[in-house]
Ligand binder design. Structure first.
Ligand code: NIG
Ligand code: FE
Length: 426
């Protein structure tokens, strides 16, 4: 919980506003030229111009001890809120690079899964992996994310697919988070319904039963997960299965998310909206009706342009249409070993702009404040406003739009989490 002052930023972009931002509001980020910020005890105390901040510091007799403040000169840099990555499968072991060539040769993602590969390939490796090693790998990924400016990340289980391995994954996620010692905030999600495991190959209802009667009560009791998510596709878990699993999770006090309309439209979006999900994710093939219903709800649409890119479906989610229709949208990496292996939120922002037609301001809001909203933490992080966590990124670029414009490189110079300097580019 640090005490910190950042001054002289070429731009300080607050992303301030009421979450979730929608429509025209999503297009405004609030840029303060020659910006500065005071963080006290890990919490943002004031945001303004360097002049206004210096004025306050000079007369701020209420600050405990000015010596205890670290000062950073951000001359020539741009300050933005720490990125929030609200959809990842970053707890895994093993590589599936061979699937890249299979997909490039025309094999479909679900064909690979049906043949026992894909998600199930990673399940075999995670079941074999010792808990400590899994935590270590996950921690390493968190540190890579941090170096790319991400200060809050959601991580799903879902490569265990039996009670003990799912719990092992959730403990590994908790341990990775503890190892990160508050440098990154982790929001854990239980995703036992990620695929049907081999031992239930011929008995999907039996597995759904297992999830509802055994896994979910154990997971809820363990308090290791905040949300429950389901991969809802006709060929994986159809809408009725998803409804039953998510309704059970909701009764047990878990928040709800759903992988919807990633490959086909099977009613997943409707299930998410009906159960008041925090987010419906992917939405690659969502049509006009779905967009209208989403716009009328408090549910956030989490768009994963990296996955659309890697699955080579030939199009992205209708992000532009969604924003114009008034949907709350956020961006995420989907970081996973199969359909999208990247930790980079700035790359997702670039893809959102060039692939879906978002503006750089919309992409930044979608990767910060709205992303925080989609995992229930917008009251704490996602924008630089008084009372929120001092989570911020110093970018080595002259304008925040370079995040999108100059893509594929890392522009992160420093990262501050709760007022502590946690990453400096060497
Ligand atoms: O969001 N669709 C299901 N789950 C992930 C991929 C996980 C994997 O392939 O390992 C997704 O695309
Ligand atoms: Fe996913």
């Amino acid at each position: 919980m640090g005490n910190l002052v950042v001054k002289n930023a070429k731009q300080l972009v607050t992303c301030a506003g009421t979450a979730p931002k929608r429509g025209l509001d999503l297009g405004s980020v609030q840029v303060i030229e020659d910006g500065a910020i005071i963080v006290q005890g890990g919490i943002v105390d004031m945001v303004g111009t360097t002049e206004a901040i210096e004025e306050k510091l000079a007369h701020g007799h209420w600050y405990e001890d000015p010596e205890e403040f670290t000062t950073i000169d951000a001359s020539g840099q741009v300050v933005v809120p720490g990125f929030v990555d609200p959809h990842t499968h970053a707890c895994f072991t093993g590589s599936r690079h061979h699937e890249v060539e299979m997909r490039l040769a025309g094999k479909k993602y679900l064909e690979i899964l049906a043949a026992g590969g894909g998600i199930l390939g990673t399940v075999a490796k995670v079941r074999d992996c010792e808990e400590g090693a899994l935590a270590e790998e996950t921690y390493n990924r968190l540190m890579l994310m941090l170096s790319l400016g991400t200060t809050t990340v959601e991580i799903k289980s879902g490569y265990g697919l039996d009670t003990e391995t799912e719990l092992k994954m959730l403990r590994a996620i908790a341990n990775a988070s503890a190892m990160a010692r508050e440098q990154v905030t982790v929001v854990p999600t239980f995703m036992g319904a990620h695929a049907v495991p081999p031992e239930f190959k011929a008995d999907r209802p039996g597995y759904v039963d297992r999830i509802c009667r055994e896994m979910l009560p154990r997971i809820a009791e363990s308090e290791l997960a905040t949300f429950c998510d389901v991969f809802c596709e006709e060929q994986v878990f159809p809408a009725d299965d998803a409804r039953r699993i998510l309704a059970t999770a909701s009764q047990l006090g878990l928040g709800i998310k759903i992988h919807a309309d990633e490959i086909g439209e099977c009613g997943a979006l409707g299930v998410g909206l009906e159960l008041k999900a925090a987010s419906v994710d992917h939405l690659l093939v969502t049509g006009e009706d779905g967009i209208r219903h989403l716009a009328d709800s408090d549910t956030c649409g989490v768009l994963l342009p990296g996955t659309a890119f890697c699955l080579r479906e030939g199009h992205f989610a209708p992000g532009r249409r969604m924003i114009d229709a008034g949907c709350a949208v956020a961006l995420a990496t989907d970081c996973n070993p199969g359909s999208c292996y990247t930790e980079s939120m700035p790359l997702m922002m670039a893809m959102a702009c060039f692939g879906m037609g978002l503006t750089p301001a919309e992409a930044l809001n979608a990767a910060t404040l709205n992303a925080a909203y989609s995992i229930g933490v917008a009251d704490r992080t996602g924008s630089l406003e008084e009372g929120k966590a001092g989570d911020l990124v110093l970018l080595d670029c002259p304008d925040y739009r370079h995040l999108v414009y100059h893509f594929g490189i890392n522009q992160v110079g420093m990262v501050v989490k709760k007022g502590e300097l946690v990453y400096v580019r060497n």
